[in-house]
Each structure stands twice: as structure tokens, then as C-alpha cells.
Design a protein around this ligand. Structure first.
Ligand SMILES: Nc1ncnc2c1ncn2[C@@H]1O[C@H](COP(=O)(O)OP(=O)(O)OP(=O)(O)O)[C@@H](O)[C@H]1O
Ligand SMILES: [Mg+2]
Length: 281
């Protein structure tokens, strides 16, 4: 997937000489402190940022200079931090738009069964929403959904295009406890044939979902192994507990370090405010 990939923004070296190969159907978690380079890694894989050095290969093809849409056409799909939904369309209409957008390029490139009729579209959107537990909300306009449901819908749309590789950047960020449980169920029900790379700060979410965990630290992969090995690894524990201690010091001294610990507080605050807003509408 990646061969000798480095990425710098000016003098700032964000990724250094990353080699990574991921088998078809593998589920891989990526963890690491804030600023470790996780999102940048996703940008390089999906084509939003060119690497400074190295090669990107997807599905056996070199795509280092291929556009994001070209990579999507090969079978890559991803979610973003910002919501890319149509707020005034219903949940079901959003899925149907995603399905329509995917049909043409799939038909061309993979001879994937095209949606020939209106009936096909209706059936497929219903199947998808039922699979991910969103069918009861099918006729609700997206702007009326809770934040948690919007994030679930984003993943549903990312799956609607029938990708082979899915990149999820912090699917549980900002969710309340109840929303988090629903998201964990959704993640567990992702199709088994799908290759999934998921960045997460909630380690328990990662550990239950994936069979392989990469630890990214200051732009390098410092560990690559099964969850059981990563969970008990001394270096990883030092990293996370070290961050925890640093956060406490920062709080006591009024410092502004935004590390994993403080971010959780921040995202929880966001979720609480969103829930308040949702209740008021
Ligand atoms: N477009 C950019 N220009 C300059 N610097 C950038 C850019 N994008 C990211 N960076 C820097 O690269 C480093 C890694 O950022 P990145 O977003 O990849 O981290 P991350 O591991 O995803 O962190 P988080 O857990 O907070 O999401 C950070 O220091 C960030 O400020
Ligand atoms: Mg990030």
C-alpha cells in the first residue's frame, strides 16, 4: 500500500519513511497521539495530499499521482471529519444520491451490477438503511438528525458505493455515550470482505474491531501487531500514560497542550452541546 512514504509541510516532517502493506479484507486500527500524522496518512492514501517521497499502491496499481476521484473509482471510500450530507434531503434520498453517483463509474470500470431502474434504487437504499439500523429514520430530513445519526449515515454513504477499501477517521469523535454504543454496533456490522483502516482515540473501540493495530508516533510506525500485543506493550503504555500525565500538568499550569486526554473532554463538551441543540429542535 505504501512504500517509503514521507510527507513534510515545509520544514515540518509529518510522516517519515512509512512502509505499509494491508491484505484484502484486513481490519487495521491506527492509534497515536494528537499530531502523530494519522489524518495526514489517510490524506496521502486517498490522494488529498501528495507524499513528499515514496509510492502509494492501491489494488496492485501505482496511484501516487492519481487524483482522489481516480482512487475512489478504483474502490477507495472514506469519511471526513466534516459532514458531507445534504441537510434538506431525507436520509433515504441521501443514500440514493450516493448510489446514483457511484453507478456510472462502477459500470464503466468494474462491470458492477448497475442500478437500472428506480425500483433497484429503492430496494438498495432500503437494504443499506436496514443493515445499519437507520431504516426507521429513512424519511427524516438530515438536518433534523442527531449528530450521532449523521455520523452513522456518513458511514452508510461511504459503504453505499460498494468500496473495497474504507478509511474511517475517528468515527466516534464527539459522540455521546449512547451514540457511541450505536456506532460500535454499526462498525461491528461492516461487511467482512471490506478492507478497513480506522483511526481512533478510543482504544476499546479499536481493540474490539480490528485484528491489527499500528501505533503511529511522530510520523513513524513504532508498533504493528495484534491488539493483545499492543495493549500490553510497555512503550505504548508509556506513550498513553505519559500523555495523560502531561495533560494533568498542562491543566494545573493552565497550559494549552491539546493531547488525547483534553481532546476527549473537548469532544464530550461538543457532544453535550449538540444534544442540547437537538433537544431544542
Ligand atoms: N496542511 C497542513 N499544513 C501544515 N501542517 C499540517 C497540515 N496538515 C497537518 N499538519 C501538521 O501535521 C501534523 C500531523 O497532523 P495530523 O492531522 O496528521 O495528526 P493526527 O495524528 O491526525 O492528529 P489528531 O489525533 O489530532 O487528529 C500536525 O503537527 C499538524 O499541525
Ligand atoms: Mg487526525
Amino acid at each position: 500500500m505504501l512504500g517509503g512514504v514521507s510527507k513534510a509541510f515545509g520544514d515540518l516532517r509529518v510522516l517519515t519513511d512509512i512502509d505499509l502493506s494491508v491484505g484484502a479484507g484486513q481490519r487495521v486500527g491506527i492509534i497515536g497521539l494528537n499530531g502523530a500524522g494519522k489524518t495526514t496518512l489517510f490524506h496521502v492514501i486517498s490522494g488529498l495530499e501528495p507524499p513528499t517521497r515514496g509510492r502509494v499502491v492501491l489494488f496492485g496499481r501505482e496511484v501516487t499521482r492519481t487524483s482522489p476521484s481516480g482512487r475512489a473509482a478504483l474502490g477507495l471510500s472514506r469519511t471526513f471529519q466534516v459532514t458531507l450530507l445534504y441537510p434538506r434531503l431525507t436520509v433515504r434520498e441521501n443514500v440514493e444520491v450516493a448510489l446514483l453517483g457511484s453507478t456510472y463509474r462502477r459500470y464503466r470500470l468494474r462491470l458492477w451490477r448497475p442500478l437500472r431502474t428506480h425500483g433497484d434504487l429503492r430496494t438498495r437504499s432500503r437494504e443499506l438503511l436496514e443493515t445499519f439500523g437507520l431504516w426507521p429514520l429513512a424519511n427524516v430530513e438530515v438536518r433534523h438528525l442527531s449528530y450521532g445519526h449523521q455520523r452513522q449515515l456518513e458511514i452508510t454513504l461511504a459503504i453505499a458505493v460498494d468500496p473495497a477499501l474504507l478509511l474511517l477517521d475517528e468515527p466516534t469523535a464527539g459522540l455521546s455515550v449512547a451514540e457511541m454504543a450505536a456506532m460500535r454496533r454499526l462498525l461491528a456490522s461492516l461487511p467482512r470482505h471490506l478492507t478497513v483502516l480506522v483511526v481512533e482515540h478510543h482504544l476499546e473501540v479499536i481493540f474490539e474491531l480490528v485484528e491489527r493495530v499500528l501505533v503511529l508516533h511522530q510520523g513513524s510506525i513504532i508498533m504493528d501487531g495484534p491488539p493483545s500485543a499492543v495493549r500490553t506493550d510497555r512503550q505504548v503504555q508509556d506513550l498513553y500514560f505519559g500523555a495523560h500525565a502531561a495533560a494533568q500538568v498542562a491543566r494545573q499550569t493552565g497550559g494549552g497542550v491539546l493531547n488525547a486526554d483534553r481532546r476527549d473532554e473537548w469532544t464530550k463538551g461538543q457532544a453535550d452541546r449538540r444534544e442540547e441543540w437537538n433537544r431544542g429542535h
